[in-house]
Design a protein around this ligand. Structure first.
Ligand code: SF4
Length: 213
């Protein structure tokens, strides 16, 4: 399926390095989420990575450490990438929204899903990451990542398993966010959904193998 969304690079035209980009994201005030977060969490990985993963937003541990996917969901992701034959060193990992959206419950900071406005405001940074890294393939992890990448609201179940083609020619895939797997109580269901997640990553692994061959 061919997707129409174009990259918007007009609002960050002079940024050509990941270091500059991280600084600009950290200084961003384009939506209210910067106010209650510790810092922006930029994407992480090599500039020459062939595969980009787009999650939702930093969690509590990511907000504190400044690195994406370092919490429990990150550990699930690492295991699934290894099983799919994708070295983490070949991957640039990022989020659709760069600041941690949460609400206080006592002393705990509980995750809140970013809304359409926040995703849209933050998309310039994902677009700039794509322009700098130029991945051959992108995997959106969950509905927020997919919404930012495709510029529209999507149902994950309808798109997973398909190869999408972005307007700039990049191959794209959509799957669940690994944090969803952590919320499944039944062990058999959890294992089945984990296996489906690994299966969703395998087409991206094939693109990656062609690029590094
Ligand atoms: S979440 Fe994104 S758009 Fe909002 S302030 Fe942070 S970097 Fe800027």
């Amino acid at each position: 399926m061919r997707e129409k969304t174009q990259l918007n690079l007009e609002l960050s035209p002079k940024i050509t390095s990941l270091q500059e980009l991280a600084k600009a994201e950290n200084e961003c005030t384009r939506c209210p989420l910067y106010k209650d977060a510790t810092r922006a969490v930029p994407g992480e990985g090599r500039k020459s990575a062939h595969l980009m993963l787009v999650g939702e937003q930093p969690g509590d541990k990511e907000d504190l450490s400044g690195k994406p996917f370092v919490g429990p969901a990150g550990r699930v992701l690492d295991r699934a990438l290894a099983e799919a034959g994708i070295p983490r060193t070949e991957v640039f990992v990022t989020n659709a929204v760069k600041h941690f959206k949460h609400e206080m419950r006592g002393k705990r900071r509980l995750h809140k899903r970013p809304n359409a406005y926040e995703i849209e405001r933050c998309k310039i940074w994902l677009d700039r990451e794509r322009a700098i890294v130029k991945p051959a393939a992108i995997v959106a992890l969950g509905a927020t990542g997919a919404r930012s990448l495709l510029g529209r609201s999507v149902t994950i179940g309808k798109l997973r398993g398909q190869t999408l083609h972005l307007a700039d020619g990049t191959a794209a895939f959509v799957t669940i966010h690994p944090s969803w797997l952590l919320r499944i109580d039944d062990d058999a269901d959890k294992q089945r959904e984990y296996d489906n997640f690994v299966a969703d990553l395998r087409p991206a692994a094939r693109v990656l193998r062609k690029e590094v061959a």
